[in-house]
Design a protein around this ligand. Structure first.
Ligand SMILES: Cc1cc2nc3c(=O)[nH]c(=O)nc-3n(C[C@H](O)[C@H](O)[C@H](O)COP(=O)(O)O)c2cc1C
Length: 188
């Protein structure tokens, strides 16, 4: 079965990012695809140390969960990444993971190329679009395919669960997740 990996970049296991990723996973499964959610809540992701040892080996020398993410992504056709907004940008752990995943892909077989997906940003008040743009750099340099929605993939919320009050945000990410599933089916 075709699979979408969903990275949930928040340290709060039941937070807004987790709830939005859960909704995306539900839409993906309802569309007939497998959804594998990977949470950052139990991980501390280190930044790339530029050792370049991933070249030829296909994995990262750092042992903190990123290699397990890579293993899952290798057998997927889609990759969705959601991050909370921290001071107007994506959470540091999220960008650290994306930079390392991207480096392993680019230094080896380019396993990210052709994957369908995109970023989602969750915040109380501001910084969503800068966060989306920051995360898009990972998608676009790795030959990934990013479908749109009826708005950018941004949702508002602070206390866990507050995102469900943002009707337009929820509708936007539902359409986005549906478009990811549709495009994967069309391409495969
Ligand atoms: C360190 C830190 C920085 C934050 N910076 C912003 C920000 O720049 N803009 C904003 O609207 N919310 C900001 N927030 C609020 C979070 O984005 C918001 O609580 C979001 O719901 C977090 O998602 P979570 O529930 O998955 O953790 C910040 C929170 C933290 C902990």
């Amino acid at each position: 079965m075709q699979k979408v990996v969903l990275l949930c970049g928040s340290p709060r296991p039941e937070g807004n990012t987790a709830q939005i990723i859960g909704e995306c996973a539900r839409i993906i499964r309802d569309s007939g695809l497998e959804a594998e959610v990977i949470s950052f809540a139990d991980k501390q992701i280190q930044s790339c140390i530029a050792c370049y040892k991933c070249k030829g080996t296909g994995s990262c020398v750092l042992d903190d969960g990123v290699n397990e993410m890579i293993d899952s992504i290798r057998s997927a056709q889609g990759l969705i990444v959601a991050s909370p907004v921290y001071f107007g940008t994506a959470r540091g752990d999220v960008m650290s993971a994306l930079q390392r995943i991207g480096m392993v892909s680019r230094s080896n077989d380019g396993f990210l190329a052709g994957l369908v997906g995109g970023p989602i940003a969750i915040a109380r008040r501001g910084g969503h679009t800068a966060t989306i743009q920051e995360m898009l750099m990972f998608y676009l340099i790795n030959e990934m395919i990013v479908p749109g929605s009826t708005y950018w993939n941004i949702v508002f919320g602070l206390a866990p669960g507050e995102v469900w009050k943002d009707d337009e945000g929820i509708a936007t990410i539902r359409i986005f997740a549906g478009n990811v599933a549709d495009l994967i089916r069309k391409l495969n």
